[in-house]
Write a protein of this length. Structure first.
Length: 415
């Protein structure tokens, strides 16, 4: 009997060790195809780098991490189905997306599974505004934050100008245009006209029609509230119509891959915003950020974009919260994240408790000339940082947030 007890104890120990070493699955819900696929690829690269670093340091709670990914094609219905599949695989948390419509839909389904969802590129105010809930955390800034720093720069350098808006017809486009109009006092649609283009699935004819209307206007500033390949296609048509030389082009949310796809020659002079560029760590004196840039460049032979940095930061922050909470339970992780301040790839950031919006510095950027870009060894030094705004100045208050929720018939606290 004593011998049998010893054998059973040994077996129990072996089983416990095996269970402890079982990988923790993280689910990446990202666009591998569609108009935002380049941003999706960057997210994959950033996530894999973070997972490898964490595993090399011993994993999370003694267990290694593994990544399971699904293609959203930037379509909400497909993203929701992906959430079901990843939940069935046993994913401990979900993240990703380069469309606010995707992030909102996927986040709501993740909540039904009791899983946290971290939005990467989801700039719509609605993500943590009227559509926010306890299980959604947004790592990037929102449209209001982008508009505040962009408005600050444009009002200073190009005051009293007439705007024309070409906007993607979905939640990110709507809230971004509204925020920028307010920040630049261009909310009178009679003076500052605009056209909406379908999303997803806009055709070249849609952009040609919209930009022909812009050409017929007397606007000084052309605000292209478009993203990914949609912005690239519109920029090519704008160039053919002579608008890139006649008007100041503004693209509220820029990424490194957009400039790469269009080429710096076409994009030079475009003004927009970024929550992070590979130049930010040096600007903010972030040793951890500079180490990330070097590790990413060594591994992929390119500089990391804001898309890559967002996915990397999400994995690192989730792992840190799990370690501090000593748990993978979503409710325990929510408590560990809410109000948490940290410094990772730039200056201090915080997960705001009442809406789960990440508070951080946002930057106004201007695409450098082609000659300036070519001076860089990797030919990827695309952005000049022309202005910055810290989180305390850039984000709506609790009262503003609650007013928006009240107007939408939503609870005044996250549910």
């Amino acid at each position: 009997m004593r011998h049998l007890s010893a054998i059973l104890a040994l077996w129990a120990g072996i089983t416990a060790c095996a269970q402890a070493a079982e990988p923790i699955t993280l689910g990446l819900n990202y666009p591998r195809t569609g108009p935002y696929k380049e941003e999706g690829l960057a997210q994959m690269r950033g996530a894999l780098l973070a997972i490898d670093e964490i595993n090399a340091a011993g994993g999370v709670l003694g267990r290694p991490l593994r990544l399971s990914s699904k293609d959203t094609a930037s379509r909400p219905a497909k993203a929701v189905k992906n959430v079901d599949k990843l939940a069935a695989e046993g994913a401990a948390m979900l993240f990703g997306g380069s469309s606010s419509a995707v992030a909102i839909a996927a986040g709501k389904r993740a909540k039904e599974h009791g899983l946290l969802y971290f939005g990467t590129l989801t700039y719509s105010n609605d993500t943590t505004g009227k559509d926010g809930h306890r299980y959604m955390f947004r790592e990037c800034n929102n449209a209001w934050m982008s508009a505040q720093v962009l408005g600050q720069y444009l009002n200073k350098t190009l005051p009293n100008k007439r705007y024309f808006y070409v906007t993607a017809d979905y939640t990110w486009g709507h809230t971004t245009e509204a925020s920028l109009r307010q920040a630049t006092a261009s909310d009178n649609v009679g003076q500052h006209a605009g056209v909406r283009t379908p999303f997803p699935g806009a055709r070249l004819a849609d952009y040609t029609d919209a930009l022909t209307q812009a050409a017929a206007s007397d606007a000084d500033i052309l605000a292209l509230v478009l993203f990914g390949e949609d912005l690239v296609r519109a920029m090519r048509i704008a160039h053919d119509l002579g608008l890139t030389s006649r008007m100041q082009i503004v693209a509220p949310n820029l990424t490194q891959s957009m400039v790469e796809q269009a080429g710096p020659g076409l994009m030079q002079g475009v003004i927009g915003t970024e929550p992070w560029t590979w130049r930010v760590p040096a600007l903010e004196k972030s040793a951890r950020g500079e180490a990330f840039v070097e590790a990413f460049r060594t591994r992929y032979e390119m500089y990391p974009s804001s898309s890559a940095a967002s996915a990397y930061s999400i994995v690192q922050q989730w792992a840190d919260a799990a370690t501090r909470a000593r748990s993978l339970d979503s409710e325990a992780l929510i408590k560990a994240l809410e109000g948490h301040r940290y410094t990772l790839l730039k200056d201090e950031q915080q997960w705001r408790a009442f809406d789960h919006q990440n508070l951080q510095t946002v930057y106004a950027v201007k695409v450098k000339t082609r000659d300036e870009v070519l001076k860089d060894p990797l030919k990827q030094d695309y952005f000049e940082i022309v202005d910055r705004l810290d989180a305390s100045s850039a984000l709506p208050s609790l009262a503003d947030w609650q007013a928006e929720r009240r107007a939408a018939g939503q609870p005044l606290t996250l549910q």
